[in-house]
Every structure is written in structure tokens, then in C-alpha cells.
Design a binder for this molecule. Structure first.
Ligand SMILES: Cc1cc2nc3c(=O)[nH]c(=O)nc-3n(C[C@H](O)[C@H](O)[C@H](O)COP(=O)(O)OP(=O)(O)OC[C@H]3O[C@@H](n4cnc5c(N)ncnc54)[C@H](O)[C@@H]3O)c2cc1C
Length: 451
């Protein structure tokens, strides 16, 4: 094998990509800027450093989408999962990790691999030649960020996320909420009913504002607010600016008629917009927030229609460099305008250690196949990895694209199973059983072509 694979970034995604490609027999050069050039969150020069919590979240591969992702990564002989399993800490059903020995293990495994060479330099350009994976994460160095923006256009590379909470459609009470676009705008019925509306009376609105003001909030990191804060204010900050601000902003009640009670004019309306093609997820429009997770759940369940809501993800605002992947990447995570460049990890618009490592795993395998003169199709989107790559490269709405955790709302629905809360256990089990069968087939197809 003469052609090398260059991987930039030795975090969760880059480390896993290097491991997968090297194990397929491809020579890898892993470029990492630390410890020479640091970030505000990383503390060491190790590969696979966990920058904040030490949790890989749920390890339940029958009832939880991230647990299923663990299962798929273990089935793919992933380095990140093997290292996490080796250095796990007691944490009930979650997979918590002893972070230092974990990162030391990842580093030692990569450095001792005969097919991997390491280079401790910052990469600041997107090369025209060679096979490259960029896995530089939410804290991509500014010089590289500029080079990416030159290639993609500044409007397609974000430097922060402003995430509104995302709700499972099936958990919304449609005897309270209704579908309607403001002033019934739109040519087709789909467009005229593009929004899901939750009405509030004056008393409900006042109680909601009180709860917002009283809720626990997380603090911004130093330097985190620069450049974006006024563009997408957290709802609690809007409420602090005046009790009526939200009613004249994202919660304005105009142009809408409650189909359940047409004569009852709502005092305020919370709108939700479809978040994926499947129509299984809805985001709460304009509700980016820095409230703590526990507080968010309590406050958002005060919204009529969302009293039993299940959240696919909660809101947040963070420093986060990520691409508008639905418009920029093909389904093999290649830059459409420069296909010798792949992206992987959080910079593609997934969120979290496990999701980032999973996208690294796919990018590493796909790039290795390209070097070996073959094509590797993504896993079917009935699997956790397939659902994620499908979401970021096509399933998500490009206009409102924000980073996403893996969740069952990204999976194609199963026919014939009971909807709603009561059918949840059976449905989740159905998703994970189907995913494991399909993922194993995807793996087996590769081993027969590598044999
Ligand atoms: C402050 C903060 C807290 C977070 N907390 C959590 C959490 O608690 N749980 C969670 O699941 N996720 C958390 N995340 C998200 C987390 O960063 C990702 O889940 C995960 O680390 C992303 O993996 P990655 O490989 O894409 O990026 P990273 O793990 O960040 O790896 C990217 C690597 O690229 C290197 N790099 C960057 N630019 C260059 C360059 N130009 N040349 C060479 N190397 C470069 C960086 O040094 C880094 O090692 C947090 C993120 C931040 C910023």
C-alpha cells in the first residue's frame, strides 16, 4: 500500500479513524497540534482526551440509542470503546470512564501501531492532493477554521451552536396543539401546516416567565459569547430584558387560530418546527437556552401540549465549530467541492464523545476503502451509525442545522408497533434488534470483501 491517509486531530474521532484505517492495512499519518498549540478545554497532549464530563452516557444497547452506538462500535472493534471498557468506572447503567488512563491507553495503542505515524503540528490548510480526514472538533484552531471557511463560505461554517430543545413528535399532545403556519402562509398544505403550535393563556404565560427567570442557568466560558450573543439570545435573557419580550418575539400569538378552540385567542404561542425529513422530531423555535438540563425539562413541560414531552435533546449554547454538513458533505462525509477531504467527528455536526468517535470510525473505514480502490457504502440508516450519518448528510433541515446527539427519532419508524409513551419499551427494543441485524450484515459484507 503506497498511498497514505492523513488524519488531522487526535481527539475522539481522529483517534478512532486512525485505528480503523490502520487495521485495514492503510498507512496513516495522524497530525495533532497539541501540546504545541492548545485549546481552552484540553489539558494534555494525549490522544482521545475527554474535555469535560467523563461519561459515555447509557450503556443499554436494548433501550437506548447511545447504548446501541456503543454496541455497534464494539462490534466494529473500535479503539475508543475498547479503551473505555478497559477503564470503566462504576456508574449504574452509564459508561463512566477513568479519563487519564483511558487517554493514555488510546495514545499508547495508536503510537505503537505499526501502520501509524504521528506528527505534532498544527495543520492550517485543506490540501488539494492526498486522502485527508479532518477531525479537528468543536475547538478547531482559528487558522484552520479560516481555511475551511474560505472553501465552504463563511455562512456554512458555524463557530458556536445555539441549540433549541428537540421534542419527539409522538410525545406532543395534539388535543392541545395544532398544525398551522402563521397566516397560513405557503403554497401547499404541507407548508401551510408546517408549524406545530402550543397556546398559552395570560396566567400560563406569566407562570412560564416566572419559571424561566427563576431557573438554574449554566455560565458561559470565558470568550464564549464573542460574536454571536446578540444574534440568538437565550430565551431566559430575553425574559430578563422584559416580561413581554418573548410575547413580541418567538412567542408572538399573531396569525394563528387555535383549531381546538377557534374563539379563544391565545395570549402567547410556542411554535415547534419539523427537524427531520421523517417528521419524528420537532424543535422549539427560538428557544436556545443556557438553563441547566433539569430546569429545562421542568420549564418546558409547563408549555400546554408539551406536558408529557420527551426530549431528543435539550437546548444549549456553546463554542462549537461545525459545518453545514447537509449542504457541504456527501454521504461518505467528503467535501463535495474537494472530495479528497473528508470530515469526521463533532465538526460534522454530531454532538458528544461517542457520536464523534462513531463518525471517526466510519470516516476511517471509508477513507481506507477509497485508498484500497473500493467503495464502502454507509451503514443502513436503521442502525445508529447509519441514522447519524444520514441525518448530518441529508436527513436534517440544512436551514436550521444544529449539532445532534444520536436518538431514536433519527431512525425510520417501525411499522405495526404501538405509538406513544406506552409502546416505548417495545418500540425501542424493536429499533435495537433491527439495528443489530442490519449492522452485522454491513460488517459481514466488508469482511467478505476483505477476505
Ligand atoms: C468545553 C467543552 C465541553 C464539552 N463537554 C462534553 C461532555 O461533557 N460530553 C461530551 O460527550 N461531549 C462534550 N463536548 C463535546 C466534545 O468536544 C466532543 O464530544 C468530542 O470531544 C468531539 O470529538 P472530536 O474528535 O470531534 O473533537 P476533539 O475531541 O476536540 O478532537 C479534536 C482534536 O483536533 C485537534 N486540532 C484542532 N485543530 C487542529 C489543527 N488545525 N491541526 C491539528 N490538530 C488540531 C485538537 O487539539 C483536538 O485534539 C464538549 C466540548 C467542549 C468544547
Amino acid at each position: 500500500m503506497t498511498k497514505e491517509l492523513h488524519i488531522v486531530g487526535g481527539g475522539m474521532a481522529g483517534s478512532e479513524a486512525a485505528w480503523q484505517a490502520a487495521n485495514l492495512g492503510v498507512r496513516v499519518v495522524l497530525h495533532e497540534m497539541r501540546p504545541k498549540v492548545g485549546t481552552f478545554a484540553h489539558q494534555t497532549g494525549n490522544f482521545g482526551e475527554m474535555v469535560c464530563s467523563n461519561s459515555f452516557r447509557s450503556d443499554d444497547d436494548e433501550q437506548n440509542a447511545v447504548g446501541l452506538l456503543h454496541w455497534e462500535m464494539r462490534a466494529s472493534k473500535g479503539l475508543i470503546m475498547a479503551s473505555a471498557d478497559r477503564h470503566k468506572l462504576p456508574a449504574g447503567g452509564a459508561l463512566a470512564v477513568d479519563r487519564e488512563p483511558f487517554a493514555e491507553h488510546v495514545t499508547a495503542a495508536l503510537k505503537s501501531h505499526p501502520n501509524i505515524e504521528t506528527s505534532y503540528e498544527e495543520v492550517t490548510e485543506l490540501p488539494d492532493e492526498g486522502e485527508w480526514i479532518f477531525a479537528t472538533g468543536p475547538l478547531t484552531s482559528p487558522a484552520l477554521g479560516e481555511a475551511i471557511a474560505r472553501e465552504t463560505g463563511t455562512d456554512r461554517l458555524a463557530f458556536f451552536d445555539a441549540i433549541a430543545p428537540i421534542v419527539y413528535a409522538e410525545s406532543i399532545d395534539m388535543s392541545v396543539a395544532w398544525m398551522q403556519s402563521r397566516y397560513d402562509k405557503g403554497e401547499t398544505e404541507d407548508e401551510q401546516k408546517a408549524y406545530l403550535n402550543c397556546p398559552m393563556s395570560k396566567d400560563q404565560y406569566e407562570a412560564f416567565i416566572d419559571a424561566l427567570l427563576a431557573a438554574d442557568k449554566t455560565e458561559f466560558h470565558e470568550g464564549e459569547t464573542a460574536g454571536y450573543f446578540d444574534g440568538c439570545l437565550p430565551i431566559e435573557v430575553m425574559a430578563e430584558r422584559g416580561r413581554e419580550t418573548l410575547r413580541f418575539g418567538p412567542m408572538k400569538p399573531i396569525g394563528l387560530t387555535n383549531e381546538h378552540r377557534p374563539d379563544d385567542k391565545p395570549y402567547a404561542v410556542v411554535q415547534l418546527r419539523r427537524d427531520n425529513k421523517l417528521g419524528t422530531l420537532y424543535n422549539i423555535v427560538g428557544f436556545q437556552t443556557k438553563m441547566k438540563y433539569g430546569a429545562q425539562t421542568a420549564v418546558f413541560k409547563m408549555i400546554p401540549g408539551l406536558q408529557d414531552a420527551s426530549f431528543a435533546r435539550l437546548g444549549g449554547i456553546h463554542r462549537n465549530t461545525f459545518l453545514n454538513s447537509p449542504t457541504l458533505l456527501d454521504d461518505h462525509m467528503r467535501l463535495r467541492s474537494k472530495p479528497n477531504i473528508r470530515f469526521a467527528g463533532q465538526v460534522t455536526g454530531v454532538e458528544g464523545y461517542v457520536e464523534s468517535a462513531a463518525m471517526g470510525l466510519l470516516a476511517g473505514r471509508m477513507a481506507a476503502h477509497t485508498i484500497m480502490g473500493r467503495d464502502l457504502a454507509p451503514p443502513p440508516f436503521t442502525t445508529a451509525m447509519g441514522a447519524l450519518i444520514n441525518h448530518i448528510t441529508g436527513g436534517a433541515d440544512a436551514k436550521t442545522f444544529q449539532p445532534m446527539n444520536v436518538n431514536f427519532g433519527l431512525f425510520p419508524p417501525l411499522e405495526g408497533l404501538r405509538g406513544g409513551r406506552k409502546g416505548r419499551k417495545e418500540r425501542y427494543k424493536g429499533y435495537t434488534v433491527r439495528a443489530k441485524v442490519d449492522f452485522n450484515q454491513w460488517l459481514e459484507a466488508q469482511s467478505s470483501c476483505n477476505a
